[in-house]
Ligand binder design. Sequence first.
Ligand code: NAD
Length: 458
Amino acid sequence: MKKIAVAGTGYVGLVAGVCFAEMGHQVTCVDIDQNKVELMRSGISPIYEADLQDLMVKNYQAGRLDYTTDYQVAYKDADAIFIGVGTPEQPDGSANLSYIATVARQIAESVEKDCLVVVKSTVPVGTNDKVDQFIQDFLVNDVRVEVASNPEFLAQGSAVHDTLYAERIIIGTESKWAEELLQDIYKPFNLPVVSVNRRSAEMIKYASNDFLALKISYMNDIANLCELVGADIQDVAKGMSFDERIGSKFLNAGIGFGGSCFPKDTKALDYLAKQNGYELKTVQATIDVNKAQKTMLYKKASRRLITFNGLKVAVLGLTFKPGTDDLREAASLENVPLLLEQGADIYAFDPVGADNFAKVHPEGQHGKGRITYVSNIEEALREANVCFIFTEWGEVKQLTPIMYKELMRTPLVYDGRNIYSVEEMEQAQVEYHSIGRKAVERQNMKESNGHELQSTRY
Ligand code: NAD
């Protein structure tokens, strides 16, 4: 059992801290946000992740887990201090390392015994070296402090599962002592460990994330071509998926990737390459395709409708993916302002992300447009003129095609997640536009008696 401190209680820090406690370590999670700390001490998770709150309560009650804003107390006698603070994107695309620097300084001023500082945050190659130097420069007591890299690969929405059953643990160290200490900490997890040097560990994280982002942008690029040449991206993906060299995951086309990682990590690696005089063309293409993809459906709908002004627009899903309340870089954040600007009367549904979205776009009038948050999908769809699907929540997937036909004033659906079968939407007489597949156009639809449908009601 080791005494562990974790700096930052976001998706990475909190989940890591809770899972270390679950494995028997003595953990103190540190955050600068007093409200968050109080919430966690009362047994409530500040983020939505399956199983997280239960494990928080269980380990807190067992005395293995605590939360504090008092970093000095948490860091002074820890065997290892994991850093899980944010490394957000800066305007030039580089990673903002100021939160990491603050924690490094706090550690240097607090530690009273030998300890290993472990950088879990995603940081550009070479950052661990700088953190190491920084700590040595500011170290107050005569103790041994080393720095190791241990990038995190969890996915939001399944963060606890991904941590307890990770496919691999990457540890990047520069000494046997650091390597053995980290191996020891991870021993109870019983997971494959890949041990490399610090710079390689830092690069593994970016190379992995950017490869996944590239896979998504590649499929979106192919999807756009599929539409033009009459192929179906889902059939194409299915055919590709049997090839083990390609793999079956991350082949779904859609309205682009979002979240707190892929967008910033692609930009940060591109920036790092440029700084080193290299042009990372594959990553640049990934970024460009994703940017265009996010508003693909809005552009399609704008061509189809004369105006959004005064139209009731149902927006299903606001978060960047299901299973999380995180909105960072979500497609909704790009599309909703465009719709509001055009005077749309938006009715938005999201099972967990609506409150966070309302902080950015409060309910009510916004210029010509208006946004209302509803907790019932049917309320969003009833008498709507058009519907956009931005997140494939289970609640949205459960809707049948016929419900769009029956509830909407005009059954016109733009599906950014390819939830429905084109044929079923056609049968239900829903005008349906998705990504990389045949569109079900109104003018081509026939009533069951073979007559063309009447024109759309507005
Ligand atoms: P987050 O923004 O959700 O959480 C960061 C937390 O750190 C906040 O609660 C903040 O209050 C706290 N903090 C800031 N300064 C602090 C300080 N001096 N001491 C203590 N706490 C402090 O961040 P996140 O999404 O958990 O991401 C953290 C890092 O992990 C980033 O580098 C990210 O790229 C990486 N990462 C994230 C994910 C993910 O899915 N979110 C996955 C893998 C890696």
